[in-house]
Design a protein around this ligand. Structure first.
Ligand SMILES: Nc1ncnc2c1ncn2[C@@H]1O[C@H](COP(=O)(O)OP(=O)(O)OP(=O)(O)O)[C@@H](O)[C@H]1O
Length: 318
């Protein structure tokens, strides 16, 4: 398997009044060519901060990023803004939750797709316009010629998200990062947009990192799943491994707290007790320990490394 993105010990920390907040606290993973890796975590687990760490978007003076993220010979963490700008859109593309905020409100959407093509490919404006319409057709916009002439506010939320996916795929990026791409959409539209993402992944051959708080969302489309907790990956594996044979107590809790349509129905859904760590003070040991039924003294002393796909000293006991 070819690795297209190799992330090692990535940390994203923010200066906040109380100190330094470790939003991403040492994340490592490999992304393989053509796969869809879902990164799942509760609100505040560091998913968006991770996107920031990988793309360089919204970096600011109060943000500290360290570790490495090797993409095609370039370390995205060490790269300067100009270099990242060149890579973004062509090598790595991003689809955000809020397409309305990401699109230019005063430019027709066809033009926005065409401009993304022309930024990275030596084609005439006419060719780019034609390719834009063809991309809009590919992502399932009915009447793509007409849609190309629309302004973002004239399209529905689902259509705008399709436009974002067209823009993201305009230059066949090696990696597509989709950060909660369906959260703002109705459930039926969510399913359509996910199916589109999956089809586009296959047809364009891009590897996709799908970031979401919803394990249900990933059950259909993920090849592999990484579960994030308090800024770390606590478990990673194939979809089958993580959904059907979870080993980290947090993953087990997460699965027990969601309704399953494909398995035996639990008598009642269990919520995970307690709250995740969100402050600047992180006690030593496993961040999940205060909420874990299997906790032992040693769990409070050292942070368990991610070994054999799971970061837990009690893995598999649950
Ligand atoms: N720019 C920032 N400045 C200070 N703290 C931040 C900043 N961005 C995020 N955080 C904090 O970092 C932690 C992780 O936030 P992040 O937005 O990455 O979580 P998330 O998993 O994407 O959550 P959600 O699903 O709610 O978007 C949170 O505690 C959040 O309050």
């Amino acid at each position: 398997m070819t690795t297209v993105l190799s992330v090692r010990d990535l940390k994203v920390e923010f200066d906040v009044p109380a100190g330094r907040l470790p939003a991403v606290n040492g994340v490592s993973f490999d992304l393989f060519a053509g796969e869809l890796l879902a990164l799942v975590g509760e609100s505040g687990s560091g998913k968006s901060a991770l996107t920031m760490g990988l793309t360089g978007l919204n970096r600011g003076p109060r943000t500290h990023i360290s570790g490495t993220a090797d993409f095609d010979g370039t370390d995205l963490v060490a790269a300067g803004d100009k270099q990242l700008q060149r890579i973004r859109g062509a090598g790595i593309a991003v689809v955000f939750q809020d397409a309305l905020a990401a699109l230019n409100p005063v430019q027709r959407v066809g033009k926005q797709v065409a401009e993304m093509i022309r930024q990275h490919q030596p084609v005439s404006s006419k060719e780019a316009a034609l390719k834009a319409v063809s991309l809009l057709r590919d992502v399932g916009l009915a009447n793509p010629e007409q849609s190309a002439r629309a302004y973002p506010h004239q399209l529905s939320g689902g259509m705008r998200q399709r436009v974002m996916i067209a823009i993201a795929l305009a230059n066949d990026p090696g990696v597509l990062i989709a950060d909660e791409p369906t959260t703002a959409l109705d459930v039926t539209i969510q399913a359509q947009v996910l199916a589109l993402l999956k089809r586009m992944q296959r047809e364009h051959g891009s590897a996709v990192v799908l970031i979401t708080h919803d394990l249900g969302v990933v059950a259909e489309v993920a090849d592999r799943i990484a579960v994030m907790y308090a800024g770390r990956i606590v478990e990673i594996g194939t979809r089958d491994e993580v959904l059907n044979h979870p080993r980290h107590p947090y993953t087990v809790g997460l699965l027990n707290s969601m309704p399953r349509i494909d398995g035996p129905r639990p008598r009642r859904l269990a919520a995970i007790k307690g709250n995740p760590l969100t402050g600047v003070d992180r006690p030593p040991g496993c961040a999940f320990a205060p909420r874990c039924d299997l906790v032992q003294d040693e769990c409070l002393e050292q942070v368990p490394p991610l070994e054999n796909q799971v970061a837990c000293l009690r893995a598999g006991v649950a």
